[in-house]
Design a binder for this molecule. Structure first.
Ligand SMILES: Nc1nc2c(ncn2[C@@H]2O[C@H](COP(=O)(O)OP(=O)(O)O)[C@@H](O)[C@H]2O)c(=O)[nH]1
Ligand SMILES: [Mg+2]
Length: 293
């Protein structure tokens, strides 16, 4: 009797979990977005814009979306993330020390953040159209201890840096510092922050490195599906305040992502295509801003 009860409970829990899994809405490419209503499409592609509606009208929104591509730009950028025989996308190599890093001339973007912030999941989501890319999402923090290089054809290289914070490798600072300081083809560093907690003490080391070396960096706010909108807004405003008051080289616009639902992933792909010089943008604010410089 007791055993039957256990089986019944087990089946109940699992069927609930399986049903929940089945109903997770996932939009790995623009193709899946096309059948969505305009409102839903905008909330998946431009999650920050959707949140803005909840902002107090007195909040200064001028720096909210400087990078504001059209859906057409986003679709064009996506082509870069689709592999073909002429455009191979694959894990290239890894390095435990900077002197093991490959010498590559193509533009590079790198991803850094605390262990467990969602770095591997984000890279996996960006490469969702590449089967067997080999990005491991770990259940135990501190898994990525090497610098991993992924080649996107001849267009750019994406670099996954070791996570810092809890159980981070001791030589993290030396490894990352040497990379950030010396990598000449590095176009943009993406510093990931968990949407539930924002900038943490451990992030300050990474921020200070980017500031000290004068390299351009951008905050990516992860796991936005896990946080209630009100709480997320509170975190965003705090991060924005931090960017304004404490940074010089940080891009003022925040990129919000959920690697689970693919929200913000399409826009981030477009931004990567743009910063690596692989996408000429039509009619966007950033284009106007750049031409004024
Ligand atoms: N709900 C949700 N969970 C996420 C998201 N991104 C990562 N996670 C979870 O957070 C944990 C750490 O993710 P991982 O990508 O391995 O983090 P890393 O240590 O920074 O590489 C894993 O359990 C992931 O499934 C997200 O966008 N939404
Ligand atoms: Mg990882």
């Amino acid at each position: 009797m007791l055993c039957m009860e256990r089986i019944r409970r087990f089946l109940q829990t699992n069927s609930v979990q399986m049903a929940a899994y089945r109903y997770i809405e996932r939009y790995p490419s623009c193709h899946e977005l096309l059948h969505l209503q305009a409102g839903k499409l905008n909330s998946v592609v431009f999650p920050l814009k959707e949140l803005e509606n909840y902002l107090n009208p007195n909040v200064d929104k001028t720096t909210f979306h400087i990078f504001d591509p059209s859906f057409d730009d986003i679709k064009r950028a996506e082509e870069l993330f689709k592999p073909s025989s002429k455009h191979e996308i694959d894990f290239f190599t890894s390095a435990v020390r900077m002197d093991h890093a490959p010498l590559l001339s193509q533009p590079e973007v790198c991803f850094i953040g605390r262990s467990n912030v969602g770095k591997s999941s984000l890279i996996k989501a960006l490469f969702s159209m590449v089967p067997d890319i080999g990005v491991r999402v770990s259940k135990t923090p501190g898994h990525t201890k090497k610098i991993n290089f992924f080649k996107v054809g001849k267009s750019f290289t994406l670099v996954d840096m070791p996570g810092y914070g809890y159980r981070a490798p001791k030589d993290f600072v030396e490894m990352v510092e040497a990379y950030l300081e010396t990598r000449e083809n590095l176009r943009k560093t993406f510093l990931l922050l968990d949407g539930a907690v924002g900038v943490q003490k451990a992030d300050m080391i990474a921020v200070e490195m980017c500031e000290e070396f004068g390299i351009p960096y951008t905050f990516v706010v992860t796991k936005i599906d896990r946080v209630q909108k009100g709480e997320l807004l509170k975190q965003l405003l705090q991060i924005q305040k931090f960017v304004k008051k404490k940074t010089q080289g940080c891009f003022p616009q925040l990129f919000l992502v959920s690697s689970l639902h693919f929200s913000g992933i399409h826009l981030l792909r477009c931004f990567i295509a743009h910063v690596t010089g692989n996408l000429y943008l039509l009619n966007t604010a950033i284009k106007q801003q750049e031409s004024q410089e």
